[in-house]
Design a protein around this ligand. Structure first.
Ligand code: ADP
Ligand code: ADP
Ligand code: ZN
Length: 220
């Protein structure tokens, strides 16, 4: 099964992608994670992307299209993948359609996570991750069971993203409403869009997604 998780920054795409990955054996493909890795490694792409990401703007379409196209060809993606943070513009969506057709793959569902603006800001500024395994946490909504110890790996170091601050949040959310929100119309017309209430607690969102995936399987 090949899926897209669509939604604004902070909607819970990464959180839900990790759950789906475990339950369905699909690979999470996060363009944000890939770009951050490129920045850290100091590659050519990373050097180009760094200042754009710090400002909260979008990296050029051709850069992310190439990254995803190459990644989808790798052996671990053949069982299926979850696109998290891609596509983010109409040209990216069109390029994805073309590359999937070329690679003889299909898109089974586009799951949209709907969350109100104010809640997104709250989620983004309170977000942090385990520096060892990448598990996501939140100051209020998802704390480790033992204070400052990762539930998954026992790690004790945590990091916050450079762009998860009150200043860039507005730019990132505006980029979403301007460039990415039109994708809901695009996928609605194709009949693949499935909308989930992303305001609900993490476990309830996961359950609603499961129902949609079961339906998508039946329909497909
Ligand atoms: P995205 O990948 O869409 O940017 P994340 O999955 O990183 O979003 O979630 C943003 C923040 O909100 C994280 O700190 C996460 O722990 C928290 N979070 C995710 N889903 C929920 C939810 N349903 N309710 C409350 N907090 C959530
Ligand atoms: P979030 O889900 O919180 O918005 P991501 O980790 O998905 O954050 O993305 C972080 C940043 O990486 C974005 O603000 C943007 O600069 C860049 N980025 C990630 N994916 C894309 C994409 N598909 N197209 C353009 N830029 C992207
Ligand atoms: Zn961890």
């Amino acid at each position: 099964m090949n899926l897209i998780l669509l939604g604004p920054p902070g909607a819970g795409k990464g959180t839900q992608a990790k759950e789906i990955q475990v339950r369905h054996g699909l690979v999470q493909l996060s363009t944000g994670d890939m770009l951050r890795a490129a920045v850290k490694a100091g590659t050519e792409i990373g050097l180009k992307a760094k200042s754009i990401m710090e400002k909260g703007e979008l990296v050029p379409d051709e850069v992310v299209i190439k990254i995803i196209s190459d990644r989808i060809d790798e052996p671990d993606c053949q069982q299926g993948f979850i696109l998290d943070g891609f596509p983010r513009t109409l040209p990216q969506a069109a390029a994805l359609d073309q590359m999937l057709a070329r690679k003889k793959k299909r898109l089974d569902a586009v799951i949209e996570l709907k969350v109100d603006y104010n809640r997104l800001v709250e989620r983004i500024v309170g977000r942090y991750t385990c520096a060892t395994c990448g598990e996501g946490y939140h100051d209020r909504f998802k704390r480790p069971k033992v204070r400052q110890v990762c539930d998954v790996c026992g790690g004790t170091e945590f990091t916050r993203r450079a762009d998860d601050n009150a200043e860039t949040v507005t730019t990132r959310l505006m980029a979403y409403y301007r460039d990415t929100a039109p994708l809901t119309g695009y996928y609605y017309c194709k009949g693949t869009l499935r909308t989930v209430d992303g305001m609900a607690p993490i476990g309830d969102v996961a359950k609603e997604i499961e129902q949609h995936l079961a339906e998508a399987r039946r329909d497909g």
